[in-house]
Ligand binder design. Structure first.
Ligand code: IPM
Ligand code: MG
Length: 361
């Protein structure tokens, strides 16, 4: 069934966000024409760009547009320019607020290695070749949102910072269900990552995930402590299929998993609500150090467009067309600098975006 709301809100954001998004938009325009998708889109402000224009990282007009859209496509937010402003209105808070306001609790971060890029990984090719895992990160709970939080001054005059790691049964159950359902489309193995030997909140996590697993007898479930999981990811990453974990551990492990594939500049992500509405964004950040230099890799954002077409708009053919166009461009030896290796031809952000756009068929 086609998604009835075919309108997309695009949030280019900060740093390299606008330049990678311009290329993603070019690819989106091309598939929209070729596959007659009937999609429309508009731009809105988020993060530092929104702070500069309105004083807030998530203006009401952006939130309203996102709530009314079928999907949201995001570049990246943040940068040193906004690091000194008050904590509650920093660019990152805008991102957290939109995830929370849209109820995007399920963050899907696939890490797969393009065979063409085996040389770009810092790990030996035999350790990573064929890598294909999916991290399912809980995105609207845990220590990122738990109350109380803050920095307070004690009677002694010393300050202390504090956060609260907290999960309800229902929050654990719904993310576990997403992981089990996705595992059914893959290799039917789920690994739940926690720190149940120390943290009560993850002791409950382990108990509830195990209970939910009973409804998925065809999917195998195992558990691992997060420190061991971090080690196993670099030791033998091909052992994993679907990894489900909480917000903070998922943040950390997904960066680690991304790097196995050679560059975080390759990895898309989807953040979904209970009805499949989603926000799609590259896993990488705003990379202010290379912003405006035509150096950034636009492929993660372009591949995020593919995920959007697949998960929200159910346009599998158009999604595949983008993924195949990316593979074709990599086959031809073109590389942005982050994924370059001996013998490849280094090109900039725009040239990469144009190459993919032209390769869509
Ligand atoms: C990510 C980012 C964000 C997060 C930051 C920018 C708030 O690191 O999407 O992984 O921690 O969730
Ligand atoms: Mg992160």
């Amino acid at each position: 069934m086609q998604h009835s709301n075919r309108h997309i809100v695009i949030l280019p954001g900060d740093g390299i966000g606008p330049e990678i998004m311009a290329q993603a938009e070019s690819v989106l325009g091309r598939v929209n024409d070729v596959y007659r998708l009937g999609l429309s889109w508009e731009h809105q402000l988020l993060g530092g760009a929104a702070i500069d224009a309105t004083g807030k990282p998530l203006p009401e007009s952006t939130l309203r547009a996102a709530q009314n859209a079928g999907a949201v496509l995001l570049g990246a937010v943040g940068g040193p320019r906004w690091d000194q402003i008050e904590r509650s209105i920093r660019p990152e808070r805008g991102l957290l607020a939109i995830r929370s306001a849209l109820g995007l609790f399920a963050n899907l971060r696939p890490a797969m290695l393009y065979p063409q890029l085996a040389e770009a990984s810092t790990l030996r090719p035999e350790v990573v070749s064929g890598l294909d895992l999916l991290i399912v990160r809980e995105l609207t709970g845990g220590i990122y949102f738990g109350q109380p939080r803050g920095v307070r001054t004690l009677e002694s005059g010393e300050r202390e910072g504090f956060n609260t790691d907290i999960y309800r049964e229902s929050e654990i159950r719904r993310i576990a269900r997403v992981a089990f359902e996705l595992a059914r489309l893959r290799h039917r193995r789920v690994l739940s990552v926690d720190k149940a030997n120390v943290l009560e909140v993850t002791e409950l996590w382990r108990e509830i995930v195990s209970d939910e697993a009973k409804k998925f007898p065809d999917v195998s479930l195992s558990h691992m402590y997060v420190d061991n999981a971090a080690m196993q990811l670099v030791r033998a990453p091909k052992q994993f299929d679907v990894i489900v974990t909480g917000n903070l551990f998922g943040d950390i492990l997904s960066d680690e998993a991304a790097m196995l594939t050679g560059s975080i500049g390759m990895l898309p992500s989807a953040s979904l609500d209970a009805n499949g509405k989603g926000l799609y964004e590259p896993c990488h950040g705003s990379a202010p150090d290379i912003a405006g230099q035509d150096k950034a890799n636009p492929l993660a954002t372009i591949l995020s467009v593919a995920m959007m077409l697949r998960y929200t708009f159910k346009e599998e053919q158009a999604a595949l067309a983008i993924e195949q166009a990316v593979a074709k461009v990599l086959d031809s030896g073109l590389r942005t600098v982050d994924i370059a290796s001996a013998g490849s031809k280094i090109i900039g952000t725009q040239a990469m975006g144009q190459a993919v756009t032209e390769a869509v068929c």
